[in-house]
Design a protein around this ligand. Structure first.
Ligand code: CP
Length: 313
C-alpha cells in the first residue's frame, strides 16, 4: 500500500522552512510586478474560505488571491450559516470538506482551532487568524512589505506597540521577523504586555519613546477588546497619549522609518489619521501585498511544484 503524500498545512510560522519563506517572497515579488495578471497555477482547484470571525482584509484578499491563481473559491461566513442553528465547528467543516475542495482557509476566535481541524480533515488547512495565537499570512505580508519598502530585514530594529499580549499578529510577526534576523522591541501598557516577553526573544518597555529614535519599522496594534474581559486600560485618551502614534511621536523616528498597522485601525486611539495617511505610513501597501503573498501561499499549499516553476524562471 502506498502512503498518501503528506498534506501541507500553514498553521503558524513554524510550519514554514526558511526555504519556503524565501520561495513565497520570491513568488510574491513576481506577482506584484504584474498586479493585473492571472496566473495559471491552481486551475481546477477549489478552495474554501471559512470565516468564523469577522474580517475585511484577510477574507477579501484570500478571495482575490485565489482568483488570481485561477482557483475557484467558495466563501463561508458563520454569520447567516447553520452554525446559528447549533451546528458545531467540526461538523460544519466536515460538511464543507464533503463538497470536495482541495484546501480550506480558516479564521476562528479560538486559538488552536486550525490545528484541531488539521488533525481531523484530509485537506490542507491555512490559518487566517486563530484567537490570540497566530496570523501567519499577515506576518508574511508584513515582512514582504518591509523588504519591498526598505530592503533586507536582517539587522533592522522593529518596534511593535500596543496589545502584544492578545495579538496574533504580534506573535506571528515576532516569530518571523526574528527568524529573518531583525531585532524586535515591544511596548504597551503593563496589562497588555505578555508577563515574560523575554520568552519571545524581544526587548520590552512599557513606554515606547526610548525605542522610537532607533526603530526602522514601527508596527501599531489595535487593542483587542474582543479578546479580554473588561477594560485593560484606564481610558482610551490616556492610551492614545502614552502609546498612540501621533505626529509628535512620529517626529522622533528616523527620516526613513516606516509605520505599519495590520488593520482594522482605531483612528485617534493607537494611530492618528494624519499619521495613518502620512508619508511614513505603508498601511495600504500592506493590504495590496496581502494578495500577492496569499497567491504564493495558496500555490505553496496546493501546487508547490507550480510555485517552484514560477520562481525558477
Ligand atoms: N489584518 C486583518 O486580519 O484584518 P481583517 O480582520 O480585516 O481580516
Amino acid at each position: 500500500m502506498t502512503a498518501e503524500p503528506k498534506k501541507r498545512d500553514l498553521l503558524e510560522i513554524s510550519s514554514l522552512q526558511d526555504q519556503d519563506i524565501q520561495t513565497i517572497f520570491k513568488a510574491a515579488k513576481i506577482f506584484s510586478e504584474s498586479p493585473d495578471q492571472t496566473f495559471d497555477l491552481l486551475k481546477g482547484i477549489t478552495l474554501v474560505n471559512a470565516f468564523f470571525e469577522n474580517s475585511t482584509r484577510t477574507r477579501m484578499s484570500f478571495e482575490l488571491a485565489a482568483r488570481r491563481v485561477s482557483a475557484q473559491i467558495l466563501s463561508f461566513q458563520s454569520t447567516g450559516s447553520s452554525v446559528k442553528k447549533g451546528e458545531s465547528f467540526l461538523d460544519t467543516i466536515r460538511n464543507i470538506e464533503a463538497l470536495k475542495p482541495q484546501a480550506i482557509v480558516v479564521r476562528h476566535a479560538s486559538a488552536g482551532s486550525p490545528h484541531f481541524l488539521a488533525k481531523r480533515i484530509r485537506i490542507p488547512v491555512i490559518n487566517a487568524g486563530d484567537g490570540f495565537h497566530e496570523h501567519p499570512t499577515q506576518a508574511l505580508l508584513d515582512a514582504f512589505t518591509i523588504q519591498q519598502q526598505r530592503g533586507p530585514i536582517a539587522g533592522k530594529n522593529i518596534l511593535i506597540i500596543g496589545d502584544i499580549a492578545h495579538s496574533r499578529v504580534a506573535r506571528s510577526n515576532i516569530a518571523l521577523l526574528k527568524r529573518l534576523g531583525a531585532k524586535v522591541f515591544v511596548s504597551g501598557p503593563p496589562t497588555l504586555l505578555p508577563p515574560h516577553p523575554e520568552v519571545l526573544g524581544v526587548q520590552a518597555s512599557i513606554l515606547p519613546d526610548g525605542f522610537l529614535p532607533k526603530a526602522d519599522v514601527v508596527m501599531m496594534l489595535r487593542i483587542q477588546h474582543e479578546r479580554h474581559e473588561g477594560t485593560q486600560v484606564p481610558n482610551l485618551s490616556e492610551y492614545a497619549y502614552y502609546w498612540g502614534m501621533n505626529e509628535k511621536r512620529a517626529g522622533l523616528l528616523k527620516k526613513d522609518a516606516i509605520i505599519m498597522h495590520p488593520g482594522p485601525i482605531n483612528q485617534g486611539v493607537e494611530i492618528d489619521n494624519a499619521v495613518a495617511d502620512g508619508p511614513l505610513s505603508v498601511v495600504l501597501d500592506q493590504v495590496a501585498n496581502g494578495v500577492f503573498v496569499r497567491m504564493a501561499v495558496l500555490a505553496w499549499v496546493c501546487r508547490p511544484e507550480n510555485l517552484e516553476r514560477v520562481v525558477a524562471k
